[in-house]
Design a protein around this ligand. Sequence first.
Ligand code: NAP
Length: 259
Amino acid sequence: MKTALITGASSGIGTAFAQELAMRQINLILVARSQNKLYQLAEKLQHQAPIKVEVIVQDLAEQQAAKKVYDVTAEKGLSVDFLVNNAGFGDYGAFAQRELPRQAEMIQLNIVALVELTHLFLSGMQQRGTGNIINVASIAGFQPLPYLSVYAATKAFVLSFSEALWAENQGTDINILALCPGPTDSNFFKVADFPDSFTNKNNSGFTSAKEVVKNALKALENRKSNTVPGGLSNQFIVNSSRFLPRELLVNVIEKQFRS
Ligand SMILES: NC(=O)c1ccc[n+]([C@@H]2O[C@H](COP(=O)([O-])OP(=O)(O)OC[C@H]3O[C@@H](n4cnc5c(N)ncnc54)[C@H](OP(=O)(O)O)[C@@H]3O)[C@@H](O)[C@H]2O)c1
């Protein structure tokens, strides 16, 4: 039986991954900081499907967090066939007015932990000759986003990094996918401190976390390097940098995102 490790499994897209992979009878390792939410989810999923669910409570923004997670899986004798690097957050506002430690924490979680977990678990997958990795990027990774400047840059990193690894692993049984959702129903906008007026105005266009996950798993099966779930508006956004001058594009976005 296969085992998947999902970071950020306590909420939103991560919980939706856990639910969908449980239905496919894949054992799970759930990682996040919210201990109660993780244990409640583990109990529920083990009632719904004949699988084993392990919980690792870990702040992935801490130094060496990825190694600690890896060591726990090794101590328990678990081999990870499927890694979902999903944990991440954004921080809305003009860069200089937001707190610097929060930006550093974001880079540590969205980039450093993701790179380290990928390195630690990909080696084992390559030795076994098989594996799947989904790295959650965003449509924010396709162009700069004023007022989410660090966040968009972290997602550009995740997209570029994942596509490069996809190419490195072509011709093997290892699939690597950059999942690039647009606005999705989750706690993301609350955690990122978006004004309510922004989410109230736009939430009719949000995609459900379940739909995002189904799209990702289909793209993985089709061995795609990236996927953009959701409607035409998301496709328009990710392609706009191809036909609009970059300065014009970033100015248009600046006006849309200014509070
Ligand atoms: N929602 C969107 O519109 C959207 C669009 C594009 C991409 N994304 C990306 O999708 C991913 C999932 O976000 P979401 O939308 O599902 O948001 P969410 O509901 O806020 O979930 C974020 C998850 O990340 C975990 N997390 C946050 N900080 C962590 C830390 N320091 N250590 C360990 N886990 C941590 C949270 O768990 P704990 O708080 O329990 O630690 C939670 O499980 C993120 O990478 C996000 O950037 C979201």
